[in-house]
Write a protein that binds this ligand. Structure first.
Ligand code: 5GP
Ligand code: ZN
Length: 115
């Protein structure tokens, strides 16, 4: 597994910083967002460090299938068939933590286009 020094989500994956982990797979960890924007707000992250979804796609695109499967397990496991998946990719669209993560959001009405 590759980890980056001083990466918050690498530390959560390693268990060095606490988080409410709701699901794990061989290559992913899912935990609740510390500042939830919906009744369900979970982050699914690959265990391996990449700075964003673009880099993960370049490194191993099969990772996205596992992230999507994990997201489905989390959402349906909490009773949500409808949910939104978001990968903020780059500071210009709001990415603040530079370890690939998929937001899993559900449980309230959502508008489109997103803000
Ligand atoms: P981004 O803005 O990069 O797409 O999303 C980063 C997310 O990480 C934000 O929704 C933020 O609330 C969440 N976050 C930041 N720090 C922590 C933390 O220490 N623990 C958890 N569980 N989530 C965090
Ligand atoms: Zn990391």
């Amino acid at each position: 597994m590759t980890a980056a020094p001083d990466c918050l989500f690498c530390k959560i994956v390693a268990g060095d910083i606490p988080a409410e982990v709701v699901h794990t797979t061989e290559r992913t960890v899912a935990f609740r967002d510390i500042n939830p924007q919906a009744p369900l707000h979970v982050l699914v992250v690959p265990r391996d460090h990449e700075p964003n979804a673009a880099a993960s796609a370049g490194a191993d695109a099969t990772m996205f299938a596992e992230i999507a499967t994990t997201a489905r397990a989390v959402a349906t496991g909490e009773g949500y068939d409808d949910y939104r998946l978001v990968f903020n990719t780059g500071a210009g669209v709001g990415q603040t933590v530079f370890h690939t993560h998929c937001h899993v959001l559900a449980g309230r009405p959502m508008t489109w286009p997103p803000g």
